[in-house]
Write a protein that binds this ligand. Structure first.
Ligand SMILES: *Cc1c(COP(=O)(O)O)cnc(C)c1O
Length: 478
């Protein structure tokens, strides 16, 4: 693809937008500048390709397409059928899945689709049968009460939040915590690793309907074969949420016991994290759950986003190319180089390292909270996010950890040498930051001091590091 075509496409798009609301065009341009200039270490973010981005800005956005391919509730969906079928086919081929549902608008939506599919499949509920799709308008108030009673108190066992689990795996701030009676499994306090014997014990005691694997902040591989055996031993449905590491599965870094797709009954994911696609979600499942999964819209989803499904098809096609496997391997090589660089400078890492795309620094080693470290790094041009560590004494708001990930920087082309330099920058900022005090002299969890001159110097070094690997080199907005 010529540089010219990509530059022309984005320039023309901005020109058209500018004619209507110039401030939006300016904000879009400014966003590109910000992304180009910041050292982005947010583990859940990436940079989608120009082809993926462009596939979203078109007439597909104008189309209603409730239903599934070939069975729509709206007329004139033949072109939507084409892109949805393509996205699903690429997803099945890429992940070796029996069935793929590419309509979810986000990772949370994909999980809701999965939860409802499992409930509908597993719970003997005449009320639910009645509630499904076409009869939903016929439900009386008594039916709704019956539905709640019949589905109620179902159990979910998932990874605890402070060990790296996700809110949607049965925690209070999310609807999953209201739909399910939840219990969680943590990690071994000594090693920081999942203790599968403890998971098995919890499953035996709790007898969950759904055992959930997957995480947002666990820096290690997970043995999905063992988790499936545990699920089978208690008759649970095994669900894996691979939102964070789908790119590593797609790129065949996680294979065998570490590939969730052959082991789980149902797998959910986002498409915009390590998978490097458009912002969205997806469900993969075994054939027996396919019918229920396909009811996602309108059961829990609004009308599908055909323009995003078009972009999913493009991104999944990209992920099937051999260079994506190389990309996935470089993500992990970079995360390990970053971990090494931090460790040998004296940082404390949860589990002592990583075998995926993310590293969790326990910043209590620097005498800081996660909140102080996050802000000090941001002052220095380094974008990360604070995150709990296991048994975090500072809770979920201030935290004691900084989560960093390599998918985005790896997309830019940075390699292991630059990761060592990045580790140096992070370590410098964190050693030079001191925790502040409240007015009454007690230690503050938010205030800190960092010499602004040093922050500026690190920010310039970060910019120099990034200048060697420009973002979207093919796009020149002029
Ligand atoms: C990011 C994430 C989600 C949510 O994805 P959204 O697209 O933000 O809704 C769900 N599960 C896990 C494990 C995640 O990391």
């Amino acid at each position: 693809m010529s540089r010219n075509a990509e530059s022309t496409a984005f320039r023309s798009a901005l020109e058209v937008i500018r004619a209507v609301e110039p401030r939006v065009a300016d904000a879009i341009g400014a966003e590109l500048t910000d992304q180009r200039e910041s050292l982005k270490l947010i583990a859940s973010e990436n940079y989608a390709s120009p082809a993926t981005l462009l596939a979203m800005g078109n007439w597909f956005s104008d189309k209603y397409a409730e239903g599934t391919v070939g069975r729509r509730f709206y007329a004139g969906c033949q072109n939507v059928d084409t892109v949805e079928a393509l996205a699903a086919e690429h997803a099945r081929e890429l992940f070796g899945a029996a069935h793929a549902y590419v309509q979810p608008h986000s990772g949370i939506d994909a999980n809701l689709v999965a939860f409802w599919a499992v409930l509908a499949d597993r719970v003997e509920s005449p009320a639910l049968k009645k509630a499904q799709v076409r009869q939903v308008n016929d439900l009386t108030e008594a039916d709704w009460f019956a539905l709640r009673r019949e589905l109620g108190n179902q159990r979910m066992l998932g990874m605890s939040l402070d060990a790296g689990g996700h809110l949607t795996h049965g925690f209070r701030p999310n609807i999953s915590g209201k739909m399910f009676d939840q219990r969680s499994y943590g990690t071994d306090p000594a090693t920081g690793l999942i203790d599968y014997d403890r998971v098995a014990e919890a499953a035996r005691e709790f007898k969950p309907l759904i055992l959930v694997g997957g995480y947002s902040a666990y820096p290690r591989k997970v043995n999905f074969r063992i988790l499936r055996e545990i699920a089978d031993s208690v008759g649970a449905t095994f669900m894996v949420d691979m939102a964070h590491f789908a790119g590593l599965v797609a790129g065949k870094v996680f294979t065998g016991d570490f590939d969730p797709v052959p082991h789980a009954h149902i797998v959910t994911t986002t498409t915009h994290k390590s998978l490097r696609g458009p912002r969205g979600g997806m469900v993969l499942c075994q054939p027996e759950l396919a019918d229920q999964v396909d009811r996602g819209c309108p059961m829990v989803l609004g009308g599908p986003l055909p323009h995003v499904m078009a972009a999913k098809a493009v991104a999944l096609a990209e992920a099937r190319r051999p260079d994506f496997a190389d990309y996935a391997q470089r993500i992990v090589d970079n995360a390990q180089a970053l971990a090494e660089g931090l460790l040998h400078r004296g940082a404390k890492l949860v589990t002592g390292g990583t075998d995926n795309h993310l590293v969790l620094i326990d910043v209590s080693g620097y005498g800081l909270t996660g909140r102080q470290a996050e802000q000090a790094l941001l002052d220095s041009g380094i974008v990360t996010n604070r995150n709990s560590v296991p048994q975090d004494p500072n809770g979920a708001w201030y935290t004691s950890g900084i989560r960093i990930g390599t998918p985005a920087l790896t997309t830019r082309g940075l390699g292991t040498a630059e990761m060592d330099q990045t580790a140096e920058l992070i370590h410098t900022v964190l050693t030079q930051t001191t925790a502040g005090a409240n007015a009454d002299g007690t230690p503050s969890k938010a205030k800190y001091t960092l010499d602004p001159g040093l922050a500026d110097k690190v920010a310039r070094q970060a910019t120099d590091l990034l200048a060697t690997h420009p973002l979207y080199p093919s796009v020149d907005l002029g």
